[in-house]
Design a binder for this molecule. Structure first.
Ligand SMILES: Cc1cc2nc3c(=O)[nH]c(=O)nc-3n(C[C@H](O)[C@H](O)[C@H](O)COP(=O)(O)OP(=O)(O)OC[C@H]3O[C@@H](n4cnc5c(N)ncnc54)[C@H](O)[C@@H]3O)c2cc1C
Length: 484
């Protein structure tokens, strides 16, 4: 019988598999996707948020534990477990040498990234290179990997994990029978449920306009995170954390594909212009704060608009001041022409932009500070970077809500154990998006998803190996992070 079964094939699963194998356990990793699509949302990532007390290779200045914690506290509005959050924060300060040993390399941020040279270490080659490096290292160490192998439920007996169930399925035209895979312990790292459109629909429900908002959401990452296993473990009695409507949601290019559009479909010019809904009305302060602190609220804001669509409008002055998205914007020489091309109500749109233009009080424009360019006498106000849209050509980008990942997950503790009725299971562990909701009740700060997945993936792997009888010095690693 295999010692440790790891379900999932992204960052958290790979960290768990590597740690368990390093502890001497035999490890089998089951990835739902085909090999070409392996790596889940982790393949789309770019960086890891890292605590550090002094400059460290690619990280400048310092980002101490307390500042990291305060950032997390602020974005989550206090809906976080401090003990678990601090474990992830502390682990982020010393995990990179281990990551390097498994082939992950780092680089400073590229220009155009969200001002994060101090806080975030970027993966050389991005998340795809990280995932590939981990798979290479895992295979070299003897971790067995099976693709096209989704687990849809697990079997428990007397409070212990016994086996995973893989349904009958067709792979490349071949019918494969259902399987039951036993193991001494198991790590669940199969992501959230963001790719399950029915579940999103159920969670978001119908709005006052009779719309089902989730029908218009796009999924920024993998199509394989359907939450099938998450739901079945919850139904089997595991303790749950989080609200099913809470997710990291960004406003992305409405032309992005339904799945896997990744980072290049994000539209980063919101704070340089105005955003209107399909009725041509503005609805939120586009200059409320620096874009890295605000980009993750715009998905939800757009989700609340009629038709779950909005339009980011800029003029020539904004060009060159933001990372251009993958698709070019709709271009026009007048506001009226732009309205026609974007199929917006022309008179209402032109009046909205002209009212905004009249309300602009332009001081010293500076996109790198919370400058004094603001509006007066228009609702909603634009509190920074307000300049009239008066220099053609004008550009418009249609925006839709893009779900990055959901926060509903399994309740866990400092050992990454899955809890049933308040009690930790001795041989079932959880990591990554499947438990990120313990730390992220709501909100987000860039790079923390990989911090949580790396910290708890490593703890889960170590604990799963121990539960299978492989206690090694790697155990100390878990203990080290388990301080209050
Ligand atoms: C476009 C984009 C950019 C991002 N950028 C960043 C960033 O720069 N920094 C950051 O910290 N975070 C970022 N994130 C968030 C980050 O991707 C996640 O926090 C992190 O990858 C979660 O890791 P994970 O291993 O839990 O999930 P995933 O990487 O999504 O892995 C889940 C795995 O489980 C598999 N799976 C699903 N269901 C089953 C099943 N039933 N049986 C078997 N396998 C299954 C999937 O195929 C997948 O391989 C980004 C996300 C997206 C979408």
């Amino acid at each position: 019988m295999i010692d440790v079964l790891v379900v999932g094939g992204g960052n958290a699963a790979l960290c768990a598999a590597l740690m368990a194998r390093e502890a001497g356990a035999s490890v089998l990793l089951l990835e739902a996707s085909p090999r070409e699509w392996r790596g889940g949302n982790s393949q789309h990532t770019r960086n890891l948020r890292c605590m550090h007390d002094e400059p460290q290779d690619v990280l400048v200045e310092a980002y101490p534990e307390e500042e990291y914690w305060q950032d997390l506290l602020r974005v989550t509005g206090g809906i976080t477990d401090e003990r678990l959050a601090r474990i992830a924060i502390r682990a982020s300060s010393n995990c990179r040498s281990w990551m390097r040993r498994h082939g992950v390399h780092f680089q400073p941020p590229l220009s155009g990234a969200l001002h994060v040279a101090r806080t975030n270490a970027f993966f050389m080659g991005g998340g795809k290179a990280l995932v590939n490096a981990y798979y290479r290292s895992a295979e070299a160490l003897g971790v067995q990997v099976r693709y096209d192998t989704p687990v849809d439920s697990i079997e428990m007996q007397d409070g212990r994990f016994i086996a995973a169930q893989v349904p009958a399925r067709e792979v490349n035209g071949r019918a494969l029978p259902a399987e039951r895979i036993e193991a001494r312990s198991c790590v669940l790292a199969a992501g959230g449920f963001e790719s399950n459109r029915e579940w999103l629909r159920e969670a978001w429900g119908q709005n006052e306009r009779g719309e089902w908002p989730a029908d218009n959401f796009l999924i920024r990452g993998t199509r394989f995170n359907k939450g099938v296993l998450l739901r079945s473990v919850i139904e089997a009695g595991a303790d749950v954390i989080g609200d099913p409507t809470q997710a990291h949601m960004v406003a992305i290019d409405a032309r992005a594909p339904l799945y896997d559009g990744g980072i290049c479909t994000r539209i980063d010019c919101v704070s340089l212009g105005v955003v209107v809904n399909r009725e041509g009305q503005r609805f939120y302060d586009e200059g409320e704060d620096f874009w890295p602190k605000r980009y993750a609220i715009w998905g939800r804001l757009v989700a609340q608009q009629p038709g779950q669509i909005a339009f980011s409008i800029i003029d020539q002055k904004a060009i060159g001041r933001f990372m251009p998205p993958v698709f070019p914007g709709t271009k026009a020489n007048s506001l009226a022409e732009l309205a026609r091309k974007l199929e917006l109500p022309e008179a209402a749109f032109v009046e909205t932009v002209e009212a905004y233009n009249r309300a602009c009080r332009v001081g010293q424009f500076d996109h790198t500070s919370l400058d004094d360019c603001h509006t007066e006498g228009v609702e909603p106000a634009k509190t920074h970077w307000a300049r009239p849209l008066d220099k053609p050509p004008f550009y418009g980008y249609a925006l839709k809500p893009g779900v990055t990942f959901t926060y509903l997950g399994l309740k866990t503790d400092e050992n990454a154990a899955v809890h049933f009725g308040g009690n930790p299971c001795p041989n079932l562990f959880v990591a990554g998006e499947m438990m990120a909701g313990n730390v992220l009740g709501k909100g987000y700060t860039a790079g923390v998803g990989m911090s949580i997945g790396t910290a708890f993936g490593r703890i889960a792997g170590t604990r799963a190996a121990a539960a299978a009888g492989h206690h090694t010095s790697a155990m100390n690693e878990g203990k080290e992070h388990a301080i209050a």
